[in-house]
Design a protein around this ligand. Structure first.
Ligand code: UDP
Ligand code: MG
Length: 138
């Protein structure tokens, strides 16, 4: 297993002022921040980032949501990063997320579920490279 993952704090969580608390929970869990930026996705950017979901019924709404306000993107390092980060954030649907997980605490719906987490080593690299140039990775 690789030791890198990629996350975004999604627009509503940023808008609601949860960025600091979420970063605190991530670093307290042992993740090291390798790259970080606040940025606004265009609709086209969000379509590219979520292209794997293009045929899903929620795609249009997800793209609108993800481009509705700034996000905070991070590349993170930890042993067993992908699985440990998915455990830290909890289930996609916050009503099914375990107590104490980031989604349980900060999500407001399945769509607006506070944070993204990569699902594989390969996607962690693709998603990190989507946001960060080599000179922005430390
Ligand atoms: N999503 C949604 N409705 C659904 C399933 C997913 O709006 O029924 C959104 C949600 O924001 C989720 C994202 O699409 O985080 C990507 O879905 P995926 O199944 O990859 O979930 P994740 O990997 O984020 O847990
Ligand atoms: Mg996913």
């Amino acid at each position: 297993m690789g030791n890198l993952t990629f996350t975004m704090i999604k627009p509503r969580a940023v808008e609601q002022g949860f960025t600091g608390e979420i970063i605190q929970q991530i670093t307290a869990a042992g993740f090291k921040i390798k790259a970080m930026k606040m940025t606004l996705l265009s609709k086209h950017d969000a379509e590219r980032f979520y292209a794997v979901h293009a045929e899903r019924p929620f795609f249009g709404s997800l793209v609108s949501f993800m481009s509705s306000g700034p996000i905070v993107a991070m590349m993170l390092e930890k042993d067993n990063a992908i699985a440990d980060f998915r455990k830290l954030i909890g289930a996609t649907d916050p009503s099914k997320a375990e107590e104490g997980t980031i989604r349980k605490k900060y999500a407001e719906s399945v769509e607006s579920n506070a944070v993204h987490g990569s699902d594989s080593d390969e996607n962690a690299m693709i998603e990190s490279n989507f946001f960060f140039a080599d000179r922005e990775k430390f």
